[in-house]
Design a protein around this ligand. Structure first.
Ligand SMILES: [Zn+2]
Ligand SMILES: [Zn+2]
Length: 272
């Protein structure tokens, strides 16, 4: 672990000069455009990827995000026989046996600029998890690097850092700015947060727009928000019905027999 951490420290030092996004004006046209889905389709079953954390898993061996169904399904060799040993469904690498091995693999992925690996290491620093000493500043640097490399969730993590003053001064303007960047790239949780912020300042019409986009992206909590807006008279019955329909469309795109089997087998494979 100590060798790994020295290596990681060197990598983090190299990131210190990485530029932070300069705030720019975001037009409503950009902000309220329906973004792409949060994740690419599963590279094994080609179905739309579920958005909840238990719906997919990042594999540190090959840097691939795999859906819950494919994680649970048996893996076959090229003769069609089930591989008994636990291996990655994508690259066939054996499962790591220790947390230190996971970290080692993620650092290797970081060296090849894998945005998700960099984001995961940032989370380890933020939480002081997996043998890392808690360091908010280092976490934030890693989130910036991951965001620049295309990790959508890293934008939300930057926003949360500004919101809670972790590694930076609390800055609400920056919190909102990074939520917007995350939302425009498909993060439905950030999108729903923007809706809540708009609701707090009395902009129910803007809140509703955010919630509808989040519902289409598969965020069930935004349905509840729209229901409340409807009950308070800030949304029409048609708008609420539309939200339910958009969410149903998301569900029909992510549903699969294999994922259902996985979810029935264990809560850790729940995907909606
Ligand atoms: Zn899959
Ligand atoms: Zn793999």
């Amino acid at each position: 672990m100590s060798t790994s951490n020295t290596k990681l420290n060197d990598l983090c030092d190299n990131l210190e000069g990485c530029k932070l996004d300069v705030e720019r004006k975001i037009s409503d046209e950009e902000l309220f455009k329906q973004p792409p889905p949060l994740y690419d389709d599963c590279p094994i079953c080609f179905e739309r990827m579920p958005i909840i954390p238990t719906g997919s898993k990042y594999k540190s061996c090959c840097g691939t995000l795999i859906c819950s169904g494919c994680i649970y399904a048996p893996v076959y060799d090229d003769q069609g026989n089930v591989i008994v040993e636990q291996v990655c469904a994508f690259c066939r690498a054996p499962f790591p046996s220790t947390l230190a091995e996971v970290t080692e693999r993620e650092m290797k992925r970081m060296e090849v600029n894998d945005a998700q690996a960099i984001q995961n290491l940032g989370c380890n620093y933020r939480e002081g998890a997996c043998g890392f000493t808690q360091d908010y500043k280092k976490a934030l640097e890693l989130f910036h690097r991951a965001a620049e490399l295309g990790c959508v969730k890293a934008y939300t993590n930057i926003s949360n850092a500004y919101n809670h003053g972790e590694g930076v001064e609390v800055d609400i303007k920056k919190t909102v700015y990074y939520y917007k960047l995350a939302a425009m790239k498909g993060d439905v949780m950030a999108r729903c947060n923007l809706g809540t912020i708009e609701e707090h300042v009395g902009n129910e019409d803007r809140a509703l727009k955010h919630y509808l986009i989040a519902a289409k992206g598969g965020y069930s909590k935004s349905l509840k928000r729209i229901q409340i807006l409807y009950l308070k008279g800030h949304a029409t019955k048609e708008e609420y019905t539309r939200a339910l329909r958009l969410y149903q469309e998301y569900l029909s795109e992510i549903k699969s027999d294999q994922r259902d089997k996985a979810a029935a087998a264990h809560e850790r494979y729940r995907y909606y």
